[in-house]
Design a binder for this molecule. Structure first.
Ligand SMILES: O=C(COP(=O)(O)O)[C@H](O)[C@H](O)COP(=O)(O)O
Ligand SMILES: [Mg+2]
Length: 399
């Protein structure tokens, strides 16, 4: 069986050599601790981690650590994380350490992966060769089910493919999930009668571990055609439970709220790439990976690699739809598509519901910005005979 290779960036403290620091990671995460052990039997050596390489990089070093296959419990993602992303982050001999990627062998990638993936989601909507346009209902909390449904209807009428709850909206008293799903789906049916277009609505079913599948099934019974889960707060095994449940036959949109506590510091934490791989293995169909021009910052080179972790061929797992979201508006669409390509979901909350002429016009402006790009025309040029786009660009500009 093949071993796991985990890749880290690190910076040792002043008293530790790079080799010692890498060795400290390998030992802490396998068979060692801070001192020699009297309990260590010879046969335990088979589970020792190995430092494969150490090389200088910027202010610190890159290392690859080999963890023996046998140390892992196949199929237990929580246990995988405890090895490759466990105690090491607190080791005093390292001033900073960041997990940048993990190579899982096929024998440990023993999960079903996405049920729908990009092709499956496209099949539901009948789209090809163009990005999907999505929206997050805003304000993110506070609207009643009826008003949420009205915003959804207007977004659908304006041309979006995808509508979602925001990360903090679940089943609060001001907008109970059951009432919301029924109201939104009824209005989306109305929009479909008028436009002929199916729109997906991802209801946020994030909940405690022992209830999340039940909540998802309730949402589907009420008509939900997509689910959303906050994967960092609920856990990867929650996503796995949803994706593996036979009764759950709709795509799963994965939000990553709280990720920046791990991903943002370029020297410490966990990069997006390992998170993307885990989400793909666990069965997410769409995953937020970030934008090149939005409100959350981010590094374009890393983002391209993160998206490739979702879409490149990998052990037969279906490709996952990358989602660019956070501060997008029509004036930013060109930069996103130029850098990230068209196999992407472009989401705008404020960039649609903040349009001066309202949600339907905001949705139209986003779609017009996409059409402009696909036709090889600049947004400003296209805006000359597309009034919704013009009003969006007048308000927010083109950068
Ligand atoms: O609600 C939004 C964006 O709203 P708006 O369009 O109004 O900025 C999302 O939660 C962000 O996508 C999170 O960022 P990321 O997807 O990078 O995790
Ligand atoms: Mg949000």
């Amino acid at each position: 069986m093949e071993d796991v290779i985990a890749h880290y960036y690190f910076r040792p403290d002043g008293r530790t050599t790079p080799q010692e620091a890498a060795q400290a990671i390998a030992e802490e995460e396998t068979t060692g601790t801070w001192t020699a052990l009297t309990t260590r039997q010879d046969y335990v050596r088979g589970l020792d981690g190995t430092v494969e390489s150490v090389e200088e990089s910027g202010r610190g070093y890159l290392t690859a650590i080999r963890y023996p296959y046998e140390i892992f419990e196949p199929g237990n993602v929580a246990q995988y994380l405890s090895v490759v992303a466990g105690n090491l982050f607190g080791l005093g001999r390292l001033e900073a350490v960041r997990l940048t990627d993990v190579d899982f062998p096929e024998s440990l990638a023993c999960f079903n992966g996405p049920n729908f993936g990009i092709e499956g989601v496209r099949r539901l909507l009948g789209t090809r060769n163009r990005p999907h346009v999505g929206t997050i209902i805003k304000p993110k909390v506070g609207l009643t089910p009826t008003d949420t449904a009205l915003v959804a209807y207007e977004a659908a009428s304006g041309g979006v493919d995808f509508i979602k709850d925001d990360e903090t909206l679940t089943n609060q008293a001001f907008c109970p999930m059951a009432d919301r799903v029924e109201a939104v789906m009824a209005r989306l049916d109305e929009a479909k009668d008028e436009t002929g277009r199916q729109v997906l609505y991802a209801v946020n079913i994030s909940d405690r571990a022992d209830k999340i599948v039940e909540r998802a099934e309730e949402a589907i019974e009420l008509g939900a055609n997509t689910l959303m889960v906050d994967v960092i707060t609920c856990g990867y095994s929650a996503l796995q439970a949803l994706a593996e449940e036979p009764g759950i036959s709709v795509p799963i949109h994965v939000h990553r709220t709280m990720h920046a506590a791990m991903t943002r510091n370029p020297e410490h934490g966990i990069a997006m790439r390992p998170i993307a791989r885990l989400v793909r293995m666990m069965g997410g169909d769409q995953l937020h990976t970030g934008t090149v021009s939005g409100k959350m910052g981010g590094n374009a080179e890393e983002l391209i690699l993160d998206n490739r972790a979702l879409t490149d061929p990998w052990y037969g797992f279906k490709p996952v739809f990358p989602v660019a979201s956070g501060g997008l508006h029509p004036g930013k669409i060109h930069a996103e598509l130029e850098t990230l390509g068209t196999e992407i979901v472009l989401q705008a909350g404020g960039g649609i519901h903040g349009h001066p002429d309202g949600t339907a016009a905001g949705a139209r402006a986003m779609c017009q910005a996409v059409d402009a790009f696909l036709e090889g025309v600049s947004a400003s040029e296209y805006a000359k005979d597309h009034v919704e786009l013009k009003h969006a660009l007048d308000l927010w500009g083109t950068s």
